[in-house]
Design a binder for this molecule. Structure first.
Ligand SMILES: O=C(O)CCC(=O)C(=O)O
Ligand SMILES: [Fe+2]
Length: 306
């Protein structure tokens, strides 16, 4: 008998309410199946970055970006917090950052896990811990339909506990996706300010209610972690300012969606802060599509990032 079509094409396969049936037709190896199960259950999964050149790429990226970030990467005895802390979209000038973001094996795996073709749209390179409050990327970058977004965090050195490791709350991807209506705020009228601080109280309340401690990712160099769009994650406190915590985050969306910034939108009024994206993999424009129809930006359109 022919396999029946996916009943929920508007939900990523790994977050499907019928995941047990979907995983059987996802064409996964044993290791990939473990990743799928972990993403479905915990909202994150750890894997070894599939690139035999990864060590050489990391060395070149650190050499290229350290001066731009304002840090001396060889000096182990002074604070690393004097510089700018992050570079967004270094893929535009650094071929190794681009190659990591566009790794074909990662793109292929994400595409099978989600059931739509993945494309990278933003890179962030960090030389130190972000110490960023727990947040979900779903308030910064979301899709219609929801959840077709993920992040891949790559350790560019062995991460020490005092270096402010990435932290995350296992299973929090199953908590409600927060929107402005839920927290009693208008988003589309906001002209400045943080995209995520308005949600902090609500996230703190959810963490207190569920009482699930955040975990830290004491990664080895070359290990990576996929997080789902609604997984709470952030940077833990960096206790030793002299340590580096080199990492690259690549943010991915998936084909045939509308891409927008929920923090500056009021979805129920039809006011969407649409994004105007280009794929880092091949430079093509990624139109905002709703069931195949292009959605054009309204006049108040703005695009903001975190
Ligand atoms: O690396 C971190 O501490 C968090 C980065 C992050 O939240 C992101 O890039 O979405
Ligand atoms: Fe994030």
């Amino acid at each position: 008998m022919a396999a029946s079509a996916c009943p929920f094409p508007g939900i990523p396969l790994i977050e499907s309410p019928v995941f047990g049936a979907e995983i059987e037709r996802m064409d996964l190896s044993v290791e990939e199946r473990e990743i799928a199960v972990a993403l479905n259950r915990d909202g994150y999964a750890v894997f070894d970055f599939p690139d035999i050149e990864i060590d050489a790429r990391i060395a070149r990226i650190r050499k290229d970006l350290a001066p731009k970030l304002g840090i001396d990467d060889d000096d182990k005895t002074s604070s690393k917090f004097g510089g700018v802390g992050r570079i967004q979209d270094a893929w535009q000038f650094d071929a190794d950052v681009q190659a990591i973001a566009a790794n074909p094996k990662v793109l292929d795996l994400l595409s099978r896990l989600y059931g739509r073709r993945a494309f990278p749209f933003q890179t962030l390179n960090f030389p130190v811990g972000t110490q960023q409050h727990l947040h979900t990327d779903a308030v910064h970058f979301s899709s219609i339909p929801q959840r077709f977004m993920c992040g891949v965090w790559l350790a560019m050195e062995d991460i020490e506990a005092d270096a402010g490791p990435l932290s995350y709350v296992p299973g929090s991807h199953k908590w409600p996706i927060l929107d402005n209506a839920m927290i009693g705020r208008r988003g589309a009228d906001q002209t400045h300010g943080s995209a995520q601080t308005p949600y902090h109280d609500a996230w703190n309340a959810l963490v207190a209610e569920h009482n699930i401690p955040a975990k830290s990712f004491l990664a080895r160099k070359g290990q990576a972690l996929i997080w789902c769009a609604n997984l709470l994650h952030g940077g833990s406190v960096q206790n030793n300012p002299n340590l580096t915590r080199w990492s690259q985050v690549t943010h991915y969306f998936f084909d045939d969606c509308v891409y927008y910034t929920p923090a500056f939108s009021d979805e129920f009024l039809g006011r969407l802060a649409l994004r105007n994206l280009v794929s880092i993999a091949d430079g093509t424009r990624k139109p905002n599509l709703y069931l195949g129809e292009e959605i054009l930006p309204p006049p108040y359109q703005r695009s903001r990032c975190h």
